[in-house]
Design a protein around this ligand. Structure first.
Ligand code: 5GP
Length: 142
């Protein structure tokens, strides 16, 4: 497996070199909206420490990301009036991974509405900003 590339796009977001629509942050994890959402509220949860994917992440960092993904899933049920949540996580190109810093997708779902294909369409900045505010508020409300 190739080694971690510190210039991947999520590493740049983690360093604050590129912007994101942040929904949650603690000392070990960051969560922000996917700019090409497969459904409204599609969120990505990342460990802050460098890890390419599930094959090299320390178990404790993976467990923390899973804990944050669960918090976001619960908040997203309310924030987006979802009927369910799809959680996805891809590893290496053959496994569907495109950005090589570990991330978990948390995707709110409505009954009967299929997900868009990956990277189908960029969402409008004002829509993402409003959704990030809504989800962050639901998280803060517990
Ligand atoms: P994966 O590597 O698991 O296949 O997915 C990478 C995800 O990152 C895709 O869902 C894609 O829409 C998203 N993505 C790609 N570039 C950016 C970006 O610059 N910002 C954000 N927030 N998401 C991105």
């Amino acid at each position: 497996m190739p080694s971690y590339d510190p210039n991947n796009i999520f590493a740049k977001i983690l360093r604050g070199e590129l912007p994101c629509y942040k929904v949650y942050e603690d000392d070990k994890a960051l969560a922000f909206l996917d700019i090409m959402p497969r459904a409204p509220g599609h969120t990505l949860v990342l460990p802050k420490a460098p890890a390419r994917n599930i094959l090299d992440v320390p178990a404790a960092d993976l467990a923390h990301v899973a804990t944050v993904a669960q918090k976001i899933a619960k908040a997203a049920m309310t924030a987006f009036a979802a009927d369910g949540i799809t959680v996805q996580q891809f590893n290496e190109g053959a496994g569907g991974q495109v950005v090589f810093h570990l991330h978990v997708h948390v995707i709110p779902r409505k009954a009967g509405q299929p997900m868009k294909p990956p990277a189908a369409e960029k969402e409008k900045p004002e829509v993402l900003a409003e959704q990030a505010r809504t989800l962050a508020a639901a998280l803060a409300a517990g």
